[in-house]
Design a protein around this ligand. Structure first.
Ligand SMILES: [Zn+2]
Length: 516
């Protein structure tokens, strides 16, 4: 999971890079569009590496040197939680229901509301104190999406070629009869600049930036994603500036099965909005090949609609603390998903491993000192409106947030824990890591952030955490029609549930709160 270049960690979740990093990158795209030549450097997604620990620190850490924040009894409670999580089918069963029975959970959709009601009911059944926290969310619906190449060099008369595409989140529609125009392909911003000023006017512009599969194969899927997603996010802004009538992006993911990859896109305020879609990697290659031979015309139709904003909710369920009920540890995932698949890895898995924490506390009769607060966030994918509502509603209680955990990078094997906050958190967590060593989740890695929905808490100094999931395969399925329940490995899901439960308990029951 370490960045191969700078050895630090980009712990941005599937979607969180979008708003965090990419606002800066949009600025870059605007520069690009306005004719400022980019020098070829990419915005570096990661900060400088932190100071490595001394040899003595490392030796002490290996030997569990120094004082443990937890008693032997508490450590044995963590072992019980770990072992129960590895055996208990609750998380898998809940995920099956969320994905197979309820289905995709796009913000503002009936299924998102059904999921809110369902998860709230499940948490009430455990005896947790449940609150629905209102958030106003976007309500965008997809509609028809189809495309075909109607003219190209070497065409057999009377034929067309299908192009597999999907509307990007927030995209406007084409005219009902579709849009017909010539296609211009560029691999990157620099190639866009090298074109003559009128080259893109009235055309469909395709950004053909390739997902870095080798980086993903090394375990750094996140940075491979960050490298490409800027074209999805900022593509419409640059395309409008260049005079395009529509914009396409090559799908940002490693899938090889002609699957388009959706995700949110952005328009510049006060500029025209043009239809925006992702084509599959295969179709991007096809368009690149044909346009290199001569003129190519594409006809495509999108009929998405942006409906009035909808009322929705974060689901909050408190397992009340015995000594400090006012102090809370957040354990969370986001309940909304994209609509092409059923949101199993993004982020039904994060929700159910968090639900499992409360379920195991109930099953094992564990009542920590502080409140363990389950949160199922709403609308992470389309603007994190749920997280914003939480920050507004709990603004006066931030000091009582002792820790926050979010899982939003799928459900593959967790190598350990990312922590964002004070450097000494790593040493403090060492006994917890030793409990998790039995399931191969003993690594502790400092990271700038730990999750999009908890980023507001992190910024206010709340120690923040995430399971450090294997991201080699995540972006093969993420935001595609293949993000479905069958992609979940039950053992890996349970390992994630174990990390969440053990860490949440450790934070909620330590005599002194985590360093901050
Ligand atoms: Zn997500």
């Amino acid at each position: 999971m370490l960045c191969a270049k700078c050895r630090s960690v980009g712990v941005l979740t599937s979607c969180m890079e979008f708003r965090k990093r990419y606002k800066q990158l949009i600025a870059l795209a605007v520069f690009a569009a306005s004719g400022v030549l980019l020098s070829g450097q990419n915005a570096q997604p990661n900060g400088p590496p932190s100071t490595p620990p001394s040899i003595m620190d490392r030796l002490n850490a290996m030997m569990a040197g120094g004082k443990s924040a937890w008693t032997p009894e508490q450590l044995s409670t963590m072992e019980r939680l770990r072992d129960a999580a590895m055996k208990d089918p609750y998380a898998l069963d809940e995920l099956r229901h969320l994905t197979d029975n309820i289905g995709p959970r796009l913000s503002g959709s009936p299924q998102a509301q059904q999921a809110v009601d369902y998860v709230a009911g499940e948490m009430r059944a455990l005896g947790a104190e449940v609150t629905l926290e209102k958030a106003t969310v976007p309500h965008w619906v997809r509609g028809v999406e189809k495309g075909e190449i109607v003219s190209w060099p070497g065409q057999t008369p009377g034929t067309t070629q299908k192009v597999v595409l999907t509307a990007l989140g927030g995209s406007v529609a084409t005219p009902p009869e579709g849009l017909l125009a010539g296609v211009v392909v560029v691999d990157n911003w620099q190639q866009l600049h090298a074109l003559t000023p009128d080259a893109v006017k009235g055309k469909i512009l395709l950004f053909n930036h390739k997902f870095d599969k080798e980086l993903a194969a090394q375990g750094d899927g996140l940075n491979a994603y960050v490298g490409g997603v800027v074209y999805r996010g900022a593509g419409p802004i640059a395309a409008v500036a260049a005079g395009a009538v529509a914009v396409l992006v090559r799908s940002v993911g490693g899938a090889d099965f002609r699957l388009p990859h959706t995700g949110m896109t952005e328009y510049a305020p006060d500029e025209p909005k043009i239809p925006a879609a992702a084509v599959t990697a295969e179709d991007a290659d096809l368009l690149k090949d044909l346009t290199s031979q001569g003129p190519v015309k594409l006809h495509f139709t999108l009929t998405p609609q942006t409906l009035p904003d909808a009322s929705s909710y974060n689901v909050i369920a408190d397992w009340k603390g015995t000594e400090h009920p006012e102090q809370v540890v957040v354990v969370s995932g986001h309940l909304d998903s994209w609509d092409l698949g059923t949101g199993a890895i993004d982020d039904g898995a994060g929700v159910v491993v968090s639900m499992q924490t409360l379920h195991l506390l109930k099953e094992l009769g564990i009542h920590p000192r502080r409140t363990v607060r389950f949160v199922a966030w709403m609308s992470e994918e389309e603007g994190s409106e749920g997280a914003a509502a939480y920050m507004a509603d709990h603004n006066s209680a931030i000091a009582n947030h002792i820790g926050a955990i979010e899982s939003d990078l799928g459900a593959d094997h967790p190598a350990g824990i990312y922590y964002a906050g004070k450097g000494e958190l790593g040493q403090w967590l060492r006994p917890v890591a030793q409990v998790l060593d039995a399931i191969g989740a003993e690594t502790l890695v400092s990271a700038p952030e730990a999750g999009e929905d908890i980023a507001g808490l992190t910024a206010k100094g709340v120690p923040s955490f995430a399971p450090a999931q294997d991201s080699r395969f995540y972006f093969n399925y993420h935001h595609t029609a293949a993000d479905t329940f069958d992609k979940i490995d039950p053992k890996h899901l349970n390992e994630n549930a174990a990390v969440m439960a053990v860490l949440a308990y450790a934070l909620a029951d330590s005599p002194e709160p985590a360093p901050r």
